[in-house]
Design a protein around this ligand. Structure first.
Ligand code: FAD
Length: 263
């Protein structure tokens, strides 16, 4: 349990968190759960932090918590390997329970769901899901959450690494609809051993093929026309965010309705 130390908001001050679970879901993706031992990280859902891991102690990287702040200091991050990347590959392949991570005070703050009551259109590519999932869980604590649609995209169904968790949220939260989007409905021929392990142990917990919408995220979301009276949140790799924001604007969504965070 964290002590009563007041959390610092100085970005130079770091909090130590201990890895309690490293869940490798795909060859290129892991979910890491940690506990803060001394003090909480004082973030808001949708913000990011600088994280320094023991495998690369001189190379802090930005990561977005996938859970809203919790009183008991729990943290969760979703990390995807960037080919040739110094840090992401080490986190996905080499993280172990007991590792200590240094976590800076949070930054960013534009990615939020406001209390205007406007419908929220959330668009996540890859691990851009993490901050949007944090926001959904945070908004679920409000008395009147806004109607929300979460478009979550990947290249193939196998990329939708959190499909089982998202279908649970979709069932549990009457105001939320999750829309899985893939560029190709077939998984690649080359098996992913980490995905294969899940299929063998638990079975296929991916999205139902009939629920999948085929296309790129930018094509699919802009096909609904202008989001003139909505709040639109876009998060994920920079090329996906840029393409999506551009298509939204081209199809009539006012830029001031869009909040976005490219990786
Ligand atoms: C606000 C913010 C929040 C982020 N949150 C997350 C998160 O929750 N989960 C997560 O997995 N990542 C997140 N990232 C990305 C993360 O900070 C790192 O940039 C990423 O993990 C790559 O680090 P690396 O050290 O492995 O690659 P580097 O060694 O820094 O880069 C290696 C090569 O890959 C290229 N590259 C770097 N990043 C990317 C990228 N995202 N896509 C394609 N090529 C890239 C570089 O240009 C370089 O050529 C976030 C980034 C930002 C800005």
């Amino acid at each position: 349990m964290p002590s009563a130390t007041p959390p610092s908001t100085d970005p130079a001050v770091t909090v130590t968190a201990t890895v309690v679970e490293h869940h490798r879901l795909r060859h290129d993706l892991a979910v890491i759960r940690l506990e803060c031992t001394e003090s909480m990280v004082p973030f808001h859902a949708g913000q990011y932090v600088d994280v320094t891991v023991p495998q690369r102690p001189d190379l802090p990287r930005r990561l977005s918590p996938a859970l809203p702040p919790s009183m008991d200091g729990k943290l969760e991050f979703h990390v995807r390997t960037v080919p040739g990347g110094w840090v992401s590959g080490a986190i996905v392949a080499d993280t172990r329970p007991g590792d200590e991570w240094a976590i800076s005070a949070p930054r960013g703050g534009d990615l939020h769901i406001d209390d205007s009551g406007r419908i929220a259109i959330m668009i996540a590519g890859g691990t851009g899901l993490a901050p949007l999932r944090s926001l959904i869980l945070d908004v679920a604590r409000r008395d009147n959450p806004p109607r929300a649609f979460l478009f979550v995209g990947g290249r193939t169904p196998r990329d939708l690494y959190a499909a089982d968790m998202l279908s649970l949220l979709d069932e549990a939260l009457p105001w939320l609809t999750v829309v899985p989007v893939v560029e190709y409905v077939e998984n690649p021929d080359v098996p992913d051993p980490w995905h294969q392990r899940i299929l063998t142990r638990i079975g296929d917990i991916g999205p139902d093929v009939d629920d999948l919408i085929e296309g790129s995220l930018d094509e699919v979301v802009s096909s609904y026309g202008a989001f003139g009276d909505h709040q639109v949140l876009v998060c994920g790799p920079a090329p996906m965010v840029t393409a999506t924001v551009q298509r939204l604007v081209d199809s009539g969504t006012p830029i001031e309705n869009i909040r976005y965070d490219p990786y």
